[in-house]
Design a protein around this ligand. Structure first.
Ligand code: NAD
Ligand code: ZN
Length: 256
């Protein structure tokens, strides 16, 4: 945890109270929530993204102009995700939902770890790694069925190149995910913003929308973001895998 342990304790109690007192709490999560599972975020100095610049590799123009090159990164990401497990941050959010204290998680992650950690109401804002789609004819197949023998994989119906069903930079957000997310933002009174740098829009606009509707914004992050001090009511600085279980523990104390 960070320097302000005493302050951190107080903020954990405050977050727990905000959750317990709220009518509807939601969470917005980003890559930081999966870092402790072993999936690097975009800001990490090492790992996948030091080898593959996300600005280039995660852009739809790159995928369209050189799918074979981008598929090497996708293959590595998919293999990485297959070998990891949900961490205490995912499990803590699932526990809050089971207790009836978390309405939904809006995640920017494509790794499926919230669902594997036990969460049911997960809105995948940037799609999911678990499916492949053909942009030409709409064919879909599960990524797990992919052998990776031929890269890039092709559609069995029309031979076009398959793409993971994730939102690349330069692509629109799936309509249903966006509509549901902003509806959740407008109707909640607490948002837990966890492990996101809050710079990728429109996802980063969710806390602002919620704030404008009167919600409290509780930020849990390793470092301050553009929301800190402006949109967030407070920042609990530290790792999600440490802080979220402590909040859940405190919630249990407060409701017992
Ligand atoms: P980001 O990489 O821009 O930011 C991650 C944030 O999490 C940073 O602020 C960092 O300080 C913080 N962080 C790192 N470790 C943490 C921890 N243990 N606990 C709490 N906070 C921690 O990620 P983003 O904001 O989600 O935006 C980048 C885009 O990258 C998203 O669209 C996302 O889809 C994609 N992405 C997804 C994955 C994944 O699915 N796991 C991984 C990398 C990137
Ligand atoms: Zn096809």
């Amino acid at each position: 945890m960070n320097t302000a342990v005493d302050n951190g304790e107080t903020l954990i109690e405050r977050a727990a109270k905000d959750i317990v007192d709220s009518h509807k709490t939601i969470a917005l999560t980003g890559a930081g929530v999966s870092v402790e599972s072993g999936i690097p975020d975009f800001r990490s100095a090492e790992g996948l993204w030091s080898k593959y610049d996300p600005e280039e590799y995660a852009h739809i123009n790159s995928f369209q102009s050189n799918p074979e090159k981008i598929w090497h990164m996708i293959k590595e990401m998919m293999e990485l995700v297959l070998g990891v497990e949900p961490n205490p941050a995912h499990v803590a959010l699932a526990e809050l939902e089971q207790m009836g204290l978390l309405s939904s998680i809006i995640t920017q992650n494509v790794d499926g770890l919230h669902q594997r950690g036990g969460s049911k109401e997960v809105i995948e804002f940037h799609g999911s790694n678990q499916w492949l789609v053909c942009l030409q004819c709409g064919y879909r197949q599960e990524s797990a069925s992919l052998s990776f023998e031929a890269i890039p994989p092709r559609c069995p119906q029309c031979s076009s190149i398959l793409k993971p069903d994730v939102v690349f930079f330069g692509e629109p957000i799936p309509w249903e995910a966006q509509t549901r997310s902003f509806e959740e933002a407008r109707t909640c009174d607490v948002v837990l913003v966890v492990g996101t740098s809050a710079v990728v829009y429109p996802a980063a606009g969710i806390p602002t929308t919620a704030k404008q509707s009167g919600a409290k914004i509780v930020e849990i992050n390793m470092e301050p973001t553009p929301l800190t001090g402006f949109i967030s009511d407070y920042l609990i600085q530290g790792s999600a895998g440490t802080i979220l279980p402590r909040i859940v523990e405190e919630v249990k104390k407060q409701i017992s």
